[in-house]
Every structure is written in C-alpha cells, then in structure tokens.
Design a protein around this ligand. Structure first.
Ligand SMILES: NC(=O)c1ccc[n+]([C@@H]2O[C@H](COP(=O)([O-])OP(=O)(O)OC[C@H]3O[C@@H](n4cnc5c(N)ncnc54)[C@H](O)[C@@H]3O)[C@@H](O)[C@H]2O)c1
Length: 257
C-alpha cells in the first residue's frame, strides 16, 4: 500500500514504540495524527517530540479513555488524506498483585489499566474502522488496524494482574475483529512485544532490566522501538497478515516473576 496518499493515527505516539512508529510512517510519506496525553503545565515535551517528526506529523492531545479523542483524531486524519492505518500504542503498565503487602488490588487501579490499554484500543479500532469502510480499496485493503498487546498476554508474571488482563483482551479480540471487518476489507493485526527499550522500561532498576535482557535469546538485547516500527510497516505492506497476534520478542519467555 502506497502511504504517500494516506493518513494514519498513532496513539501513544509522543514516546517509545508509538513515536518510532509515527516516525516510520511519516518517512513512508503518510500524514500522521499523533495522539498522546496533553503536556503538563509548563512542559512542551510531548508536543516537541511530535514536532521533531516534521510537518507530516500532527499532535492531537487527548486521553484515549475518552472515545471522543479517537473520534476526533480520526476525523482530523481523514481531513488530511484517506485513513489507511490506525495503530494503538498508548498504554500503561501499572503493577499490582491480587494480594500485596499494601492490601488487595484496588478495583479502580485494575479498571484504569483496562480503560487505557483495552478501552483505548477498542475506541480507536471503532472510530478508524468506521472511517476506513468508506475508502476505495488500495491493493485490496481499505485499511489496517494494528494493536499492541504484550508477551505478558501469554507469559503473565506475578504482580501484573491488570496489565496481563488488558493485553490478553487485546490479543483475544484480534481474530473476531478481523473476522468481522473482513467484509469491509479492513485487516486487524496485533503485535505482542517482548522487552523493549522505551521510557516505560526505563523505570525498572538496572538489575531487573539486565535480568530481562538475559532472557532474550537472540538477538541478545532488548528490543528497539525501530524494531517495532519496522513490523508495523511490514504488516501494512503484507496483505496476508490478518487476524493474528505476532510475538516480537527475540524468543523471550517470561518466568513467573
Ligand atoms: N516497552 C516494552 O517493553 C513493552 C513491551 C510490551 C508491550 N508494550 C506496550 O507497548 C505500548 C507502548 O509502550 P512504550 O514502551 O512505548 O511506553 P511509553 O511509556 O514510552 O509510551 C506510552 C505512551 O502512551 C501515552 N499514554 C499513556 N496513557 C495514555 C492515555 N490515557 N491517553 C493517551 N496517551 C496515553 C504516554 O503518554 C506515552 O507517551 C504500550 O501499550 C505497552 O504496554 C511495551
């Protein structure tokens, strides 16, 4: 699919995997609407991160837990060019056990992770599919929806109850969404990253990062955001990739903790 006549929406695109994806899409010629949280007062960090991607990147500040954010971002993208790709990278990884020293897992904490990681993904899929169904097919596709799960959806570790639930849901909905949207010639593919060098991972202590790196068999390193972005471009380019969750993990398998 030629992306020079296309627009895309990337959530979580001010940082990490989403930022690398927005970069790759702009380099491929697409107009990219980048959704991320608004900058805190006195900061322009997220707006700056998007503006460094050049004039084909357009910052759309908003919270993905509000479905209007995705609807407005999609509308902004469609004004630029037909929407061909929608990629959900917005996410949080708040840890939490069912029973911790601080007490039982709080329902609000659990639901917040679900609202961002799963609800935000579904909002973008819904808004994007509604817009894509009116596209003329390009190389057989009207558009492609790409979600981000995690290897935690399959090898969930102790202390990640909300996160694994949110990512398991994203992995599970991939096939039924692809089945449903096939009649519109819209593909749905989910990437399940292993351990990637992003600000989300930077919060871990060095020892924990090194232990995770050591579990990544080959290549023997953490993933780079560019590895993820390359996969997004490959998914868009390959018309047979549909309804699948792809592990992108250097053969890592996570231990119980
Ligand atoms: N880094 C990894 O090792 C790894 C592994 C597996 C899965 N993932 C997943 O990949 C995705 C991207 O993670 P990352 O590592 O790039 O993290 P990151 O923290 O660098 O980027 C996440 C972005 O999402 C944004 N965001 C968070 N909540 C939001 C909200 N409510 N509305 C809008 N934007 C919001 C953040 O501001 C941030 O810019 C996440 O879904 C994460 O769970 C990451």
């Amino acid at each position: 699919m030629n992306l020079t006549q296309a627009s895309a929406v990337v959530t979580g695109g001010a940082s990490g995997l989403g930022h690398a994806t927005a970069k790759a899409l702009t380099e491929a010629g697409a107009q990219v609407v980048v959704v991320d949280l608004p900058d805190a007062a006195g900061s322009t960090a997220r707006a700056d991160a998007v503006s460094e991607l050049g004039e084909n990147a357009h910052f759309h500040p908003g919270d993905v837990t509000d479905p209007q954010t995705s609807a407005d971002a999609v509308a902004a993208a469609v004004r630029l060019a037909p929407l061909r790709a929608a990629i959900s990278c917005a996410g949080i990884a708040t840890p939490g056990k069912l029973l911790s020293r601080k007490g039982p897992l709080r329902a609000e904490q659990f639901m917040k992770v679900l609202a961002i990681n799963t609800g935000g993904t579904v909002s973008l899929m819904t808004a994007a599919a509604a817009a894509m169904q009116d596209n003329d097919p390009a190389d057989g596709d009207r558009g492609v929806l790409i979600n981000t799960a995690s290897v935690a959806a399959f090898d969930g570790q102790i202390g990640q109850i909300a996160y694994v639930a949110s990512k398991g849901a994203v992995a599970s909905l991939t096939l039924p969404a692809a089945r449903e949207l096939a009649r519109h010639a819209i593909r749905v593919v989910t990437i399940a990253p292993g351990l990637f060098e992003t600000p989300m991972m930077a919060g871990l202590p060095d020892a924990a990062r090194e232990s995770l790196r050591a579990k990544t068999l080959h290549p023997p390193r953490l993933g780079r955001p560019e590895d993820y972005a390359t996969t997004v471009i490959q998914i868009i380019a390959n018309p047979m990739l549909n309804g699948e969750t792809i592990r992108l993990d250097g053969a890592v398998r996570l231990d119980p903790q």
